[in-house]
Design a protein around this ligand. Structure first.
Ligand code: FE2
Length: 117
């Protein structure tokens, strides 16, 4: 199987060949990303500061989980690691972050990615 969930729920939970582990991590990554979106949607609708603050904290934890799983995938999946090694989003001369930037300007934000400060 090249990608996807296991075909049978009766498959051994110890079927942890490397390809199967990578597939599971990708599925976990999807779940973490969906969780971020769900928490954000709820944050945007809730008017209570305490509840919203807690959900923002949980949302940020989910972002950490995305980073952890992504880094783990990069360690395990050689092709993925090679793809992460280079920014494929824009041509090098068009990147917001470049070597000549000041340290505080090296952080890409939604604003500076779209030309806003
Ligand atoms: Fe999570």
């Amino acid at each position: 199987m090249a990608y996807g969930k296991t075909e049978s729920k009766n498959e051994s939970v110890k079927d942890t060949g490397l390809e199967q582990v990578i597939i599971m991590l990708r599925e976990d990554l999807i779940g973490e990303l969906e969780a971020i979106n769900q928490y954000q949607a709820h944050i945007d609708k809730i008017d209570n500061d305490e509840v919203r603050g807690l959900l923002e904290h949980i949302r940020d934890d989910e972002k950490e989980h995305v980073a952890e799983i992504t880094h783990l995938l990069a360690r395990i999946d050689v092709i993925q690691r090679e793809k992460f090694a280079e920014d494929h989003t824009v041509a090098p001369e068009e990147r917001v972050v470049n070597e000549s930037s000041h340290d505080d300007e090296k952080v890409a934000t939604i604003g500076n990615m779209f030309g806003k400060k």
